[in-house]
Write a protein that binds this ligand. Structure first.
Ligand code: NDP
Length: 474
C-alpha cells in the first residue's frame, strides 16, 4: 500500500487540516493499493487563498513566459509518462496498451495544442472606438472524473495556465494517483507557487466547498449530469462562470450505402474502447432495417472478438469501480426485461474471471428509442442497435435524447455525411470512422453541458472580455 496523503498547496506538499484517509482500489484485482487523504472545506480555503494571491502576479505574466511554461510542462511530463500510465492502469483499470497509447499521452496533445493557440492568440483588438481586451478570468476550481483522468485534468489545466489563471484541482477520489504525479510535474516544470493547487476529497465535501467558494471565479466540471447540476447550483449564489462537460448517449447513424463491415465493426469497437467509459461513446447505433440481419451478424462477431483482460491480449479492462459495475449490470438486466434482443455478452463476468469488475462486451438489438437502455448513459461496454425505416426517422430518433455531446455518421459520401451530421444536435460530429482532433471544439448541447474544451474554444472559456472606450489613440 502506497501513501499519497499530502495535498499540493502554494508550491508545497502539505498535510490536510484534519486527517482522514481513503483507500484506492485496483478494479482489476479488487485490492486496495494506495491511500489518499480526504480534504475538507478548511483545505479548500487554504488552496483558494494561495490561488487568489498567486493570481495577482501570474495574471500579469507575458504570453511568451506562459507558452514557455507549457513547453516546460511537456518536457517534464514526458519523463513521467510511464508513471502516469502505470497509475492509470492501477486506479481505473485501463490495460497497459491503452494507458500508454491514449490515456497517458492525451495530456501531451492538449498542452502542445494549447501552447500553439496561446502563441497565435490575439488578446487585443480595436473595434470602432473601443479596444477589446481579453483577460484571464481568475481563480478556477476543477472537478474531474475517473474515466479519462489525466486527459480531463489536462483539458482544464493547460488552457487555464495559458490564459494566466490560477487553479485548485479536485480529482476523482476513485482515480487520484495520476493527478498527484501531474502535480509533481507542474512543480518540476517551474509553475509558480499558488498557481496550481491540488486537494483530494469527495464531491459532496471538497467539490461542494470549491463550487460555493466566494473567491473562485470559475468552476469547470467533468462528470455526470447529476453532479454537474449540483456544481451549478452551488456556484449560483456567487455568480461564477460554470463550464460543464457531462454525459452523453451519442447516436451513430449508419446510412444506406455505407461500407457495412467498416461502419458496424468500427462502431462496435469504438463503443467498447475504454470499456465503454467515454462520455462521447457512440452508444446508440441506428441501422437501416434493409440491412438489419447483416449488421447484426457483424456486430455480434465483432463484440465476441473483443478480448477482455489486463494481459497483452486484452483490448478492454474492467469497469473502473464497483458502483459503476453494478450500474452497468442493472442496465443490462433492464434491457433484457424490456424485451431487447441480446446479441452478444450479457450479465456477469466474462468466462475465466472470478474477480475484478470485468464485464462482457454486450450488444442489444431490436432496441426502441424509448427503452431505458436507449435513454440512460450506461457508461460500460454495452451497445444498443436501433433499426430505422427512413433517414428522417433516424435523425428524429438520434435527436430524441436529453443529451447532445457527440454524433457519428457513416455514409457513402462526405456530402451525405455532412448533410446528416448537420442535422444532429450535438457539439461534435465524427464521420466515417474519424478519430479525435485535439484542436476541434469538444462539448455538449442540451444536458451534455455548457461550454467547450480543447483547442482555441477551450482556451477562450478561461478569458474575460473587457471593452475600453475613449482612448485618444482609438
Ligand atoms: P460523478 O459525476 O459523481 O463524479 C465525477 C466527479 O464529480 C468526481 O470528482 C466526483 O467526486 C464529483 N462530484 C460528485 N458529487 C459532487 C458534488 N455534489 N459536488 C461537486 N462534485 C461532485 O460520477 P460517478 O462516479 O457517480 O459516475 C456516475 C455516472 O456519471 C456514470 O455512470 C456516467 O454515466 C457519468 N460519468 C460521466 C463522465 C463524463 O466524462 N462525462 C465521467 C464519469 C462519470 P468524487 O467521486 O470524488 O466524490
Amino acid at each position: 500500500m502506497k501513501d499519497y496523503l499530502k495535498f499540493y498547496i502554494n508550491g508545497e506538499w502539505v498535510d490536510p487540516v484534519e486527517p482522514r484517509t481513503l483507500e484506492v482500489e485496483n478494479p482489476a484485482t479488487e485490492e486496495n493499493f494506495a491511500r489518499i487523504s480526504l480534504g475538507s472545506k478548511a483545505d479548500v480555503d487554504k488552496a483558494v487563498a494561495a490561488a487568489k494571491e498567486a493570481f495577482k502576479t501570474f495574471s500579469q505574466t507575458s504570453v511568451e513566459y506562459r507558452a514557455d511554461l507549457l513547453d516546460k510542462f511537456v518536457a517534464a511530463y514526458q519523463k513521467r509518462m510511464g508513471d502516469v500510465s502505470e497509475a492509470i492502469t492501477s486506479e481505473m483499470g485501463a490495460p497497459k496498451w491503452l494507458a500508454d497509447a491514449a490515456q497517458a499521452t492525451a495530456p501531451l496533445a492538449h498542452f502542445t495544442t494549447t501552447a500553439q493557440v496561446l502563441r497565435e492568440y490575439k488578446f487585443e483588438e480595436q473595434r470602432g472606438k473601443t479596444l477589446i481586451r481579453k483577460e484571464p478570468i481568475g481563480v478556477c476550481g476543477f472537478i474531474t472524473p475517473w474515466n479519462w483522468p489525466a486527459n480531463q485534468i489536462a483539458c482544464k489545466i493547460a488552457p487555464a495556465l495559458a490564459a494566466g489563471c490560477t487553479m485548485v484541482l479536485k480529482p476523482s477520489e476513485i482515480a487520484p494517483i495520476d493527478a498527484m504525479i501531474i502535480a509533481e510535474v507542474m512543480h518540476e516544470a517551474g509553475v509558480p507557487a499558488g498557481v496550481f493547487n491540488l486537494v483530494n476529497g469527495d464531491g459532496p465535501g471538497v467539490g461542494q466547498a470549491l463550487s460555493e467558494h466566494k473567491d473562485v471565479d470559475m468552476m469547470s466540471f467533468t462528470g455526470s449530469t447529476r453532479a454537474g447540476v449540483l456544481v451549478q447550483q452551488a456556484s449560483a449564489p456567487t455568480v461564477k462562470r460554470v463550464a460543464l462537460e457531462l454525459g452523453g448517449k451519442s447516436p451513430n447513424i449508419v446510412l444506406e450505402g455505407a461500407d457495412l463491415t467498416k461502419a458496424i465493426g468500427g462502431g462496435v469497437m469504438n463503443m467498447m474502447m475504454n470499456t465503454g467509459q467515454s462520455c462521447n461513446a457512440p452508444s446508440r447505433m441506428f441501422i437501416p432495417k434493409s440491412v438489419k440481419g447483416e449488421a447484426e451478424q457483424i456486430a455480434k462477431a465483432t463484440a465476441e472478438s473483443v478480448k477482455v483482460g489486463m494481459d497483452e491480449k486484452g483490448a478492454i479492462g474492467p469497469i473502473s469501480n464497483g458502483n459503476q459495475y453494478q450500474k452497468v449490470q442493472d442496465l443490462i438486466q433492464k434491457g433484457i426485461d424490456e424485451g431487447a434482443t441480446l446479441l452478444a455478452g450479457g450479465l456477469g463476468r466474462p468466462e475465466g474471471f472470478n474477480k475484478g469488475y470485468f464485464t462482457r462486451p454486450t450488444v442489444f438489438s431490436d432496441v426502441t428509442n424509448d427503452m431505458t437502455i436507449a435513454r440512460e448513459e450506461i457508461f460500460g461496454p454495452v451497445l444498443v442497435m436501433i433499426p430505422y425505416e427512413t433517414e428522417e426517422e433516424a435523425i428524429e430518433m438520434a435527436n430524441d435524447t436529453e443529451y447532445g455531446l457527440a454524433g457519428y455518421v457513416q455514409a457513402a459520401t462526405d456530402e451525405k455525411a455532412y448533410e446528416v451530421g448537420s442535422k444532429i444536435r450535438a457539439g461534435q460530429i465524427l464521420v466515417n470512422g474519424s478519430g479525435p482532433d485535439f484542436s476541434a471544439p469538444f462539448g455538449g448541447y442540451k444536458m451534455s453541458g455548457i461550454g467547450r474544451e480543447w483547442g482555441e474554444y477551450g482556451f477562450e472559456e478561461f478569458l474575460e472580455i473587457k471593452g475600453i472606450t475613449g482612448l485618444k489613440s482609438a
